[in-house]
Structures are given as C-alpha cells and as structure tokens.
Design a protein around this ligand. Sequence first.
Ligand SMILES: O=C(O)CCC(=O)C(=O)O
Length: 290
Amino acid sequence: MNRHLPIQITTDQKQQFARDGVVCLRGLFDDDWITLLTAGLERNLADPGERSRIWDRTDNNRTVFYDSDNWQRIPQYQQFVYESPCVSIATALLNTDCVNFFFDAVFVRTPGVTFATPWHQDEPYWTAKGLDTVSIWMPLVPVSKKSALAFVPGSHLWPNHYRQRNFGDLNPDQQPDVDTVHFTDEWEPFPDIDADRNGFGVTSWEMSPGDCVAFNGRIIHGGSGALPPERDLKVFNTQWMGDDVRVCFRSYGMDPDHTQKMHAAGLFHGDRLDDTVYPRLPAQQINPIS
Ligand SMILES: O=C(O)CCC(=O)C(=O)O
C-alpha cells in the first residue's frame, strides 16, 4: 500500500487547482488501496450508516446509494484517512503543512443508472466555511468521461451566492430525518449549466481506479450518471480542510449537518475544526520510492 505519493504533485497541477478549482491526478493510489476501499464499501453497503439513503430508484430497481461520515466505524475507511496519500495531495494543493479531515462520502450507482447528480457547490451546504478545501473523488471502478463527475472550471472563485438544490428531496424511499437545506430567495437562481455546457467549459475525465479528481468545495459540479447498461460506478470521496476553514452553523440547514457532532466536541460558530473529531494530519514526507 503506498502511503507516499508515487510521483510529486507538479507546479502545473497546483496552479491548475488554484485557477480552475479542479485537477485530475492519475495513478496516485495503488491497487491495495482500491482493494481496501472496495472491501470497506461492501461493509458499508451491508451495514449502511445513519446518514445513508437512496438518492434515486427506478422502476427496474436501478439505484444511487449515498452515505457519509462512516470513517470512525469502518476500519478500511479509517486506515485510508490516516495512511493514504490523500493528506499529501491536499497539503500540496493547498500549499500548507497540515489539513483537517472533515468527512467521507460514498456514491454507488448500480449498472445502467442514468441519474445525474444535480449541479451544485458543496461548501454552502457544509457545517464549515472557507476557501481552502479539497475534496478527493476516487472511482473504484473504471469510469468514462461522459459518466464521470463534471466541473465548471473557475466557478469556485465566482462571487455569486447561488440558491442550491435541497438534496433532502432525493429520497424516493421517504426515509425519515434526512438532512435538508432551504436556500431562501436572497440567493441568486442557479445558472443553467446544461443549457450551455460549452460556454461554461464543463470538464470531466475518463478515469481508472487509482486516479482521482481533487476539487475545491466551492466549484460547481454535478453529473456522474449516464452509465451504460453493463457498467456500475462506485466512488469514495474524502473532504480535507485547510487554514481558513471555520465552523459555520447555517440558518437554512446543512447537509451533511455536523451540528450535533460539533457541539458534542465543544465546537462553536467561528472555531477552527479541532483534532478530536476532525483529525489534523501533517503532510507526509515525499518519498517516491517507498
Ligand atoms: O459522485 C457523485 O455523483 C456526486 C459527487 C459529489 O457531488 C461530491 O462529491 O460532492
């Protein structure tokens, strides 16, 4: 299992992340990590967490399964958080020495799912606020460009405050107590990205297990559907927080809502994420041969 980056993050990649808010990084996780996370995901599917739910279910029982924040109870996820090259990726892209791990998320589509994740930005939903964030989205199976998560490059720097979708509505099984957000009319209407995908520069990549896209929590992203009948999609995603990130309790709701978890840890609005529930991890030394 490679704990260190097999190759360094280049200056070009760092500049691309800062400018576009997203960069595709190839071959940074070896097969052992993919095997470990796949085993963790099997365990997760067999024993879903409190935040889990089905986002979409069709008549022929094609489903999109979502879950989040299971790293403390699924040992494979926990090992990945502490030991994988993710910390090195996040610290390199954020140009810092340490990052806090925020939470994990999984997105599992059965073969042939066409449901596309609605366009959105992540950070306005979070119980945290800041620009210095990296999410690392890793497919555990091959995914074509058309079926992979897509991005609007540069949108993480736009000053607009858009009214976002309530993901709590994605709940065909009517599961109770799901997190909801209700952006008020003070927020601007969300741009119609699909009406002008070329104009917005929509970008995605064909990816293999071991590749990841690293993206800023404020970038507009969505898609990740359109699977052919024989292909499924299993994705593991981790969120990493840098220097300017502070706890933020939002009046319109949060998803995933960490209010209880933060209060239990003694965290208040404006605090830095602390180390007890959001491990603060230092950049590993780059050692390309270990
Ligand atoms: O993979 C997906 O369908 C959604 C991913 C996503 O929106 C995210 O990781 O923030």
